[in-house]
Design a binder for this molecule. Structure first.
Ligand code: FPP
Length: 238
């Protein structure tokens, strides 16, 4: 099962407690660790976390710097452990505006963990669903221009294959913390049939127990993907 999470509410969590917003992000980074650890036992084999959006650059410079420091720290501190724990790490988004050392760590970690099998952890940094579609469109247009692809052969699979998720599974469930009811440019293409869950608690308060409850609620839903699934009684009639 693939779960995407929009980790919202770090700032509000901190402000409510009279703390600087960056303290909220720090707490948030600890939550990342807890939730990644809890995921395999909860039946999650792919976890996609929205860590920094293409819009987040508009925040105050010191907050952006603080977040970058957190990513750097997370990559350094968890580099070996993520691999030892058999986690395959991938990054979504356009890395080009990120600091060279962060980009290098991202590349090394992606390469080091590429054959790991316990869980895939997609970390979305400088990610925007629309930006991802623009970049995919450019790649596809280049193939057409170079004569490697016929316009008539472009289909949904072509687009999926050129997204940052590399034709990976679409998220079965997208969770957003902190009470806002929108997707904010997260997995725009991939979310077409995703179930959505919005929780009131902020990301620093999102415990593995709460994660398990949200997953249990999801599992009680019936997903039909636009089709009509016959009831069990109807199936036994045929
Ligand atoms: C949204 O809260 C959160 C972010 C923009 C950053 C998410 C980053 C982390 C959880 C930290 C580290 C992540 C990794 C992968 C190591 P907000 O600041 O928008 O909260 P607000 O809406 O209350 O202001």
């Amino acid at each position: 099962m693939h779960v995407g999470i929009i980790m919202d509410g770090n700032g509000r969590w901190a402000t409510k407690r009279g703390l600087p917003r960056l303290m909220g992000h720090k707490r948030g980074a600890n939550r990342v660790k807890d939730i990644v650890k809890a995921s395999p036992d909860l039946g999650v084999d792919t976890l996609t976390l929205y860590a920094f959006s293409t819009e987040n650059w508009k925040r105050a410079a010191h907050e952006v710097e603080g977040l970058m420091k957190l990513f750097r720290g997370y990559l350094q501190n968890h580099f070996v452990e993520l691999n030892e724990k058999n986690v395959r790490v991938r990054f979504l988004g356009d890395p080009s505006p990120l600091a060279a050392d962060i980009r290098k760590q991202m590349e090394l970690l992606t390469d080091l963990t590429k054959d790991n099998t316990l869980i895939t952890l997609n970390i979305a940094i400088n990610y925007g669903g629309r930006d991802e579609l623009v970049r995919a469109t450019r790649k596809i247009a280049t193939l057409v221009k170079d004569g490697a692809l016929d316009v008539a052969d472009i289909n949904e699979d072509t687009i999926s294959a050129h997204l940052d998720t590399l034709q990976g599974d679409d998220p079965d469930l997208i969770i957003r913390t902190a009470g806002e009811l929108r997707l904010s440019n997260f997995m725009t293409w991939q979310s077409a049939y995703s179930e959505l869950a919005f929780v009131e608690k902020s990301w620093p308060e999102f415990t593995p127990k709460l994660f398990a409850e949200v997953l249990a609620d999801y599992r009680s839903r019936t997903r039909q993907f636009g089709a009509v699934i016959p009831k069990t009684a109807d199936i036994s009639d045929t």
